[in-house]
Design a protein around this ligand. Structure first.
Ligand code: DGL
Length: 280
């Protein structure tokens, strides 16, 4: 049996998680929903994010998903507990800013965290931060508009908005580098931000390390699947990905199509590639 795994985000950001999932679970099939008709999540109310997350989950379950990955830090922070209560028999995996992995990487003990306003304000993030605060100094920065500008620049060569916002937010965080008192490690706490690494690298130089959670979430998903409903899918060894993906969008399918082609293309061996307008 090959498993069908549902994955969702407010837009294209979750593709950074899907990349890792496809590498880790090459025998699985995926349905990816970009809720771009109702994005961005990170600057909307918790009620909005909760309502949308429940609607998207219901759609994925209707389409026979046997496990779910919330490929969005904001939706995880706001809605994962409710979704697990709604679907107690389904494995539901979320994503949170990679604070723990960043501890092992930082030499200066000063770690930057970029995320959406909503993620940083959530009780879940505050608890995580408090549990690690004695081990390093975390400089947290809400990045209004950044996910949206990454979303909008898909398929275009004009990345000037992304550059401007990255410059504004990294300047606000202080000095970056590998010397004492500098931020040497930057947590990309929104799944859109790995798609701005080029711009961040240009601003911060080659020595700053970027941390995101894709590979860890993918490994955790495989573990969960092997314990629960999809053992055969989880057994697959890392190998050339042949995983199939169905892409759906509540907003502009062309944006999702362009992003999937750009970020996943090399690994799309035999994709079942279907872009659709969803009215959920
Ligand atoms: N990609 C999402 C996250 O990881 C949020 C982007 C948005 O604000 O919609 O938080």
């Amino acid at each position: 049996m090959t498993g069908l795994v549902g994955v969702f985000d407010s837009g294209i950001g979750g593709l950074s998680i899907l990349q890792a999932l496809r590498a880790e679970l090459p025998q699985s099939r995926f349905i990816y929903i970009a809720d771009s008709g109702h994005a961005p999540y990170g600057e909307r109310s918790d009620e909005h994010v909760m309502t949308r997350s429940r609607a998207i989950m219901a759609e994925l379950v209707k389409r026979q998903a046997q496990a779910l990955v919330i490929a969005c830090n904001t939706a995880t922070a706001v809605a994962i507990e409710q979704l697990r209560a709604d679907y107690p028999d389904l494995p539901i995996i979320g994503v949170e800013p990679a604070l723990k992995p960043s501890l092992a990487l930082s030499q200066t003990g000063r770690i930057g965290v970029m995320a959406t306003r909503s993620t940083l304000a959530s009780a879940k993030f505050k608890t995580l931060l408090a549990s690690l605060a004695s081990q390093a100094e975390f400089v947290v920065q809400p990045c209004d508009g950044l996910a949206d500008s990454i979303q909008r620049s898909t398929g275009s060569t004009d990345t000037s908005d992304i550059k401007l916002l990255c410059a504004k937010y990294t300047q606000a965080m202080g000095s970056f580098g590998i010397h004492r008192g500098q931020i040497d490690t930057l947590v990309l706490g929104c799944t859109h931000y790995p798609f701005a690494v080029e711009q961040l690298r240009e601003l911060l130089g080659p020595q700053v390390q970027f941390v995101s959670n894709g590979p860890a979430v993918a490994r955790h998903t495989r573990l969960k699947l092997s314990q629960k409903v999809l053992p055969a899918a989880a057994q697959s060894e890392r190998c050339k990905a042949t995983a199939q993906v169905v892409f759906l969008s509540t907003g502009e399918p062309q944006v999702l199509l362009a992003a999937a082609q750009r970020w996943l293309q090399q690994r799309l061996a035999e994709p079942l590639f279907l872009v659709d307008e969803l009215n959920v």
